[in-house]
Design a protein around this ligand. Structure first.
Ligand code: HEC
Length: 107
């Protein structure tokens, strides 16, 4: 038991520098879970995928933190926590239209 705890602590320490940048994989999950409901064709948010912006545009978008044509704070009405929003940002930037791996699906 004690060893398990120690190795968990060691893992957490190793993972810490990575999480400072956000996790692309988690971001994909949170994007699907918290954003996609409104962001598929035919829904009020219209289709949003990583491809709708360039990397620079996504960075600027998250830096501004405004959503829904600037009417509200990004994340309003979702259960997304700040660190999860960072993961979503990491995912969207990693697959933006001018990224090395553009991705249409996002869910
Ligand atoms: C409750 C529904 C809803 C949820 C959940 C939602 N959005 Fe939106 N989103 C909208 C609406 C409505 C618009 C405005 C669409 C329009 O008319 O242009 C929008 C617009 C956008 C836009 C286009 C630029 C803008 O802000 O107008 C982006 C990018 C975006 N949302 C990203 C996200 C992300 C990332 C998440 C998850 C953290 C998310 N949305 C969750 C409803 C939602």
């Amino acid at each position: 038991m004690r060893n398990t705890l120690l190795s968990l602590l060691a893992l957490a320490a190793l993972a810490a520098p990575l999480s400072a940048q956000g996790s692309e994989l988690k971001g994909k999950y949170y994007f699907k879970k918290s954003c996609k409901a409104c962001h598929v064709p035919g829904q009020p948010g219209k289709e949003v995928t990583p491809l709708v912006k360039t990397q620079a545009q996504w960075k600027a978008y998250f830096a501004a933190g405004k959503h829904n044509q600037g009417k509200e704070k990004l994340g309003t009405g979702t259960t997304v926590k700040p660190d999860q929003m960072k993961d979503i940002m990491t995912f969207l930037i990693a697959h933006a239209s001018d990224s090395p791996q553009p991705m249409t699906c996002g869910g």
